[in-house]
Structures are given as C-alpha cells and as structure tokens.
Design a protein around this ligand. Structure first.
Ligand code: EPU
Length: 428
C-alpha cells in the first residue's frame, strides 16, 4: 500500500481490453465492520477489499477491544473480546471519517461512546448533525467537548424520526442510527432514510445477526428492537463505484472491457449515462453466478448533462471520473453536484492536462477538447485521484499523479488491475 510520497506514472494512449474482477464495496464494508461491535460473538465478513480505509477501520476496532484479522482470502474475522473501551481517538478518526459509524454500535451495546469529531475534508464541510439528531431522538444524551462527542444512554428507546437535511438523506447517518436502533427498546422508524445499496447490505448483515429490520432500500426503514445480537457471516456486495470507474476507463481508452461481479441493479443510472454518451453497454450471461457486463467504446460520443443525486440517481462518487470522459466529448456538458456542492477539486488538475472546464457554483461547464496532454498533477481526494488516473490513460505522453495514497484508500490495487487490461502504469 502506498507511502505518502508515492506517485503514479501513467503513459497515455494504450487501449484497454480484457476482463476485470470487481472487489468488495468499501462503503458497504466499513459500517458492516463497525456493526461487529454489536455482539461479543465472532463475525466473519467476506469479500472485504484490501484498502487503507479498511486497515484504519480495523485499527479502530482493535482500539475498541476487538480482535480483527483481514485474511488473504479477503475475509475479516472480528470479535469484541473486551467491551469496556468506548473511545475512538482523534489520531484514528481524522484519518477516516467513516469511523463515526462506531457511535451507534457503541451506544447500543456499551451504553457510552467518546468519539473524536471528524473534521471537514477536501470535498466539503461534511457535518454529522444528522447522526447526532438520530441518536438524540433515540434518547442518548450528547455533549461536544474538546473536539470529542460524549454520548451516553442507559437505555435507547425506539421512536419515529425524520433523518434529512439540506442535502437530503445521509448514508452513514442512516446506517449509524439503524445500528443503534437494533438494540433499542421498542420500534424505530427512520423516515427519509438513505436508499443506497450499502445501507441495504448493512441491514442484511444486521438481520443475519438477529436484528429485525424491514424497509432497507426504501425511504422508510422500520427497526424492531431486540434484546441481543449474535455473531454472523456475510459477504459484502461488489463495489459499484469501482465498477463505474472501470466502465469509464473502457469508454475513455477506446477500450473493450468485461466487468465481472458488478451488481447491475446498483448501476442503472451509470449504465444509462454511458449509453446516452454513446458507449456500448452489453449485458452478458452470468458466469459462476457472477453478473457481467461488457463496456465497448465508440468513436463518436455526445455531450450530455449529468446531475449527482442520492441512489438510484447518478452517484457523486463517480462524478469526477465522468467529468474526465466529458472533457473529451465535443460540445458542452454540464455537471451539477447535488450531494457535495464543492466536490470539484479535480477541475483545476484536469485543466492542467488541457481540459476546458469552468465552475459556476455547484455546476461545472465542460467544453470538450480534442486531446489531453500529460503533465504532473496532484491527487486531492479519492475520486479526484481516480479521475486523474483515467485522464492519464488517454492523455498524450506521461501523466504523473502525486499523493496517490488517496487512491489506496478506496481502490483495491487499481494499478495492477489496469495493467492487466493493457495500461502502462507504474508507481515511483
Ligand atoms: N450531511 C449533513 N449532515 C449529516 C450528514 C450528512 O448535512 O449529519 C450532508 C453531507 O454534507 C452531504 C449529504 O448530507 O452533503 C450526504 O452525505 P452522506 O451523509 O450521505 O455521506 P456519508 O455517509 O458521510 C457516504 C460515502 C461517501 C459518499 C456519500 C454519498 C462512506 C464511507 N462514504 O458518505 O463516499 O460520497 O455517502 O453517497 O460510505 C467516497 O467513497 O469517496 C465517499 C466520499
């Protein structure tokens, strides 16, 4: 996994062809790992990707008294051995915001939690008010002091709540409250719940642990509290964002790639947008039970407008990668962010490669150019880094991407997978 100073060097102009296997979903695996805190029995989570964010989450679980091992077959075996620790310290939380999702499990099982407030990050301010609102509704008392959330509840009580803010529903917030409510007394109803597949996957794991959750995947989730949860085994869903990133790679590189083990029902908005641009999308028969789709580049693409929205809309986590595609499509495309209005750190870097993008509040105006030309660029966050790697695949000459540790947070050996498809890419 990448050191902080590592760079990625991509030589543009190589056509990508072949098959790529999609790894387990980062954003499903992270809260599912946190859910193991809800029992002192052993949990086995399969298909967990090898990412630095997962390493950080396991470090937090160990700090909270768990034994946790990520085996070479991708499964994580985790068990809470000492249930006294309640603190998630700043050093760990600041490295990964998703660590906030230990709050719900700790409150429910250990009655108390002390969690460092996650800060903002380059994609925006990212408040956690909705997480706290949900916990308060369940009866927790919450204080923020010296950068830490102190939460306490001798007994959580089920209730009806509306979990929404200025930007709609919250994915991790829904998961956090859902986890807390599994052990609350009585029934909890979360209105305006996030419908993302990652929330559904978490609910499925919790139900395997003995929880009684219905409605996950809709805007109304009902959780009937139970006395106790037990150990369970679960296989994490494939990563829809990794799948979408490889689809973009095929579209950009004049490629022809078979994406293996992507859940196409999780990618409808993405496949629809690819078709609208003119990319050929062919569903293939499943192989060994795994869904497959073939993405074939075409010669002439059409400009289009794209708006990021909560699921099943187009995901914000693929906005930067699709911006890279649209940079090279003749005409003007508009991309509007409805989830993180400031998530445009990739724009200045893409412009360094010759793109013509202008930002107007939460919209970017992309004027297609004939070609990009390689240059040194700086990775600023996970998805922006992916967008720059994609740009490097088609840019003339060499693109050097600095600070690629961001990529290792969320892409399981992306360079190895791209190289296997024919890309010229190396770390230095
Ligand atoms: N929001 C609030 N208050 C809250 C929580 C969220 O106002 O208490 C706002 C956010 O600022 C944002 C919107 O609500 O404007 C949606 O945020 P959400 O809570 O849904 O995001 P998240 O759960 O913190 C997860 C993913 C993100 C992904 C978003 C949106 C994980 C670990 N992270 O974040 O993934 O962009 O959902 O789908 O699941 C990534 O993987 O690169 C990434 C950033």
């Amino acid at each position: 996994m990448g050191e902080k100073l590592e760079t990625m060097i991509v030589e543009g102009g190589h056509r990508l062809e072949g098959e790529v296997q999609i790894s387990g979903s980062k954003n499903a695996a992270l809260p599912i790992l946190a859910a193991a805190l809800l029992t002192n029995e052993q949990c086995v989570i399969e298909h967990v990707p090898f990412l630095s964010d997962i390493v950080e989450m396991l470090a937090i679980l160990r700090c909270l008294g768990c034994e946790a091992e990520h085996r070479s077959d991708g499964s994580v075996v985790v068990q809470a051995k000492d249930e006294k620790p309640i603190t998630a310290p700043y050093e760990l939380v600041r490295k990964m915001r998703a660590s906030i999702c230990v709050l719900g499990p700790l409150l429910a099982r250990r009655k108390r939690a002390k969690i460092s407030m996650p800060g903002g990050c380059v994609i925006g301010v990212r408040p956690i008010d909705l997480h706290l609102k949900g916990m308060a509704a369940l009866g927790a008392s919450l204080d923020i002091e010296h950068g830490y959330i102190h939460a306490e509840a001798l007994e959580l009580k089920g209730c009806e709540m509306f979990l929404g803010g200025a930007f709609g529903s919250t994915v991790l917030g829904t998961g956090n409250v859902m986890m807390a409510a599994t052990l609350a007394k009585g029934t909890t109803v979360i209105e305006n719940a996030a419908c993302e597949p990652e929330v559904q996957d978490l609910a499925m794991f919790l139900n395997t642990m003995g929880a009684k959750i219905s409605g996950a995947g809709t805007h109304r989730i009902v959780i009937e509290g139970v006395e106790e949860l037990h150990g369970a085994k679960h296989r994490v869903i494939p990563d829809r964002i990794e799948a979408g990133t490889f689809m973009a790679a095929a579209a950009l590189s004049d490629g022809d790639i078979i994406i293996k083990d992507a859940r196409l029902d999780h990618l409808m908005a993405v496949l629809d947008k690819l078709s609208e641009i003119g990319v050929r999308v062919k569903r293939l028969a499943p192989e060994n039970g795994l869904e497959r789709v073939r993405i074939i580049a075409a010669k002439n693409y059409k400009a289009c407008d794209l708006i990021t929205l909560p699921f099943p809309g187009f995901p914000t986590d693929l906005q930067a990668q699709f911006a890279t595609i649209l940079c090279l499509v003749p005409g003007i495309s508009l991309i509007t962010e409805k989830i993180y209005p400031d998530r445009f750190m990739h724009v200045a870097e893409l412009n360094r490669l010759g793109a013509n993008i202008r930002k107007e509040s939460s919209t970017i105006i992309v004027q297609g150019v004939d070609f990009l030309s390689g240059a040194p660029v700086m990775a600023t966050d996970l998805r922006a880094s992916a967008a720059l790697v994609l740009a490097g695949l088609v840019a003339r000459g060499e693109t050097t991407i600095e600070q690629i540790y961001h990529l290792d947070r969320g892409y399981d050996r992306i360079d190895d997978k791209l190289r296997a498809l024919g890309a010229q890419i190396r770390r230095a």
